[in-house]
Unconditional design. Structure first.
Length: 220
């Protein structure tokens, strides 16, 4: 793959660890099995930065990639905006990739991000595209991480308890004891009842949290 050599981790970073890659001007970020990196290839597109997303194993070897001009970022965008972009996209795709060895089904969502950027409403649209393509387990893991980052694990569990209790009463599905269920069990129930493609939208509506990565979650 074209960008593998430039995605080497710093000497302090162990294989598989999250962390920054690249340079200040052309940043990259690794989140679990996903590395996102910006480049400048004037022969491809003189006005826009170039986007690489690599799916890696624990040793940093590439399984698959998605690359192309990033119409959402020109060379005039501030360096901090570039860093926010790569981290938010990497965090968004982290759970969707799961244990996969390819990005099958995710290219539409990644092309959307390249075209439209990483503003919250754009990431929400990309997240729904990813939810369609990935497993129920990946949706549960993504939503759980984002709720915990937004509210903290305990508060997220209390907040979702009321949501799940109401859904349990009204859905016609087998109920669960929401008050005694952990956060994972609660989210699994919502995904099972609503379906993976609708679960994030439903939880966004009833909790008023966007459930996509936001810069403040990561100190950006």
């Amino acid at each position: 793959m074209r960008n593998d050599p430039s995605l080497r981790m710093s000497p302090q970073q162990r294989p598989g660890a999250d962390g920054w890659l690249g340079t200040r001007e052309l940043p990259g970020y690794r989140a679990g099995p996903v590395a996102v990196r910006l480049d400048h290839l004037p022969e491809v597109d003189p006005d826009h930065l170039y986007f690489d997303l690599l799916l890696l194993d624990a040793q940093g070897r590439t399984h698959d990639n998605h690359s192309g001009p990033c119409r959402a970022l020109t060379r005039r965008h501030a360096l901090d905006e570039r860093s926010r972009f790569v981290r938010l996209v990497a965090e968004l795709v982290r759970h969707a990739a799961g244990d996969s060895t390819d990005l099958a089904g995710m290219h539409r969502a990644l092309a959307f991000v390249r075209e439209h950027g990483a503003a919250p409403d754009r990431l929400a649209s990309a997240a729904h595209l990813l939810d369609d393509a990935c497993s129920e387990r990946a949706v549960v893991d993504s939503v759980q991480d984002l709720l915990a980052l937004s509210l903290g694990e305990d508060e997220a569990c209390r907040t979702l308890g009321d949501v799940v209790a109401e859904l349990s009463r009204t859905s016609g599905c087998a109920p669960i004891e929401a008050a005694h269920a952990g956060l994972t069990t609660q989210i699994e129930y919502v995904v099972r009842v609503m379906g993976k493609a609708r679960a994030r939208h439903y939880l966004r509506h009833v909790t008023d949290f966007a459930l996509v990565p936001r810069p403040e979650m990561f100190g950006l």
